[in-house]
Ligand binder design. Structure first.
Ligand SMILES: [Ca+2]
Ligand SMILES: [Ca+2]
Length: 159
């Protein structure tokens, strides 16, 4: 290989933080996201993400929330306003005590859509709701919705 090409690849890898997301996943810093095409219940969506060496998305900062809103806006420019994407938050155990299912940690950052959470129809699972500008909402965990898987650092689950 031409040494100039080799140098180009090495620089590209380091400029990229040393890893790239798998094909089909979208990178934001050290995180990779998969936006599902199909729909599942919250529990099925969680299991699917785990099977893909990832987990339902956890949002811990305004930066992460804003990135997901931008991505979802691009995916749903002609949306119905009813589109929802499951993420990892749940208050299944204790009503209105929201935790990330993967770690059990209480949420330190929230960006609820207007009027949410309202626990309507046993709303115990968290999603990003198009009608609320893709901010957080609670809904019945048995609904079949799109979902967002998240992988950290291209490798480990919790990282
Ligand atoms: Ca609830
Ligand atoms: Ca709700």
């Amino acid at each position: 290989m031409d040494v100039r090409i080799l140098i180009f690849f090495v620089i590209s890898i380091f400029a990229n933080g040393g890893f790239a997301c798998r094909f089909g996943w979208t990178q934001n810093g050290s995180l990779c996201y998969l936006f599902s095409h199909g729909t599942s219940t919250w529990a099925e969506a969680s299991a699917t993400c785990l099977a893909l060496n990832s987990h339902l998305a956890m949002i811990t900062s305004d930066t992460e929330q804003s990135f997901l809103i931008d991505q979802l806006d691009q995916l749903h420019q002609t949306g119905t306003s009813h589109t929802r994407y499951w993420i990892d938050g749940t208050d299944l155990e204790v009503e209105n005590v929201w935790r990330w299912a993967l770690t059990g940690d209480k949420l330190t950052y929230t960006a609820w859509a207007d009027g949410e959470p309202n626990n309507a129809q046993r709303g115990n699972c968290m999603n990003l709701y198009e009608g609320g500008g893709f901010k957080m909402a609670d809904d019945d965990c048995e609904l079949r919705l799109h979902y967002i898987c998240q992988e950290n650092d291209g490798a480990n689950i919790i990282g």
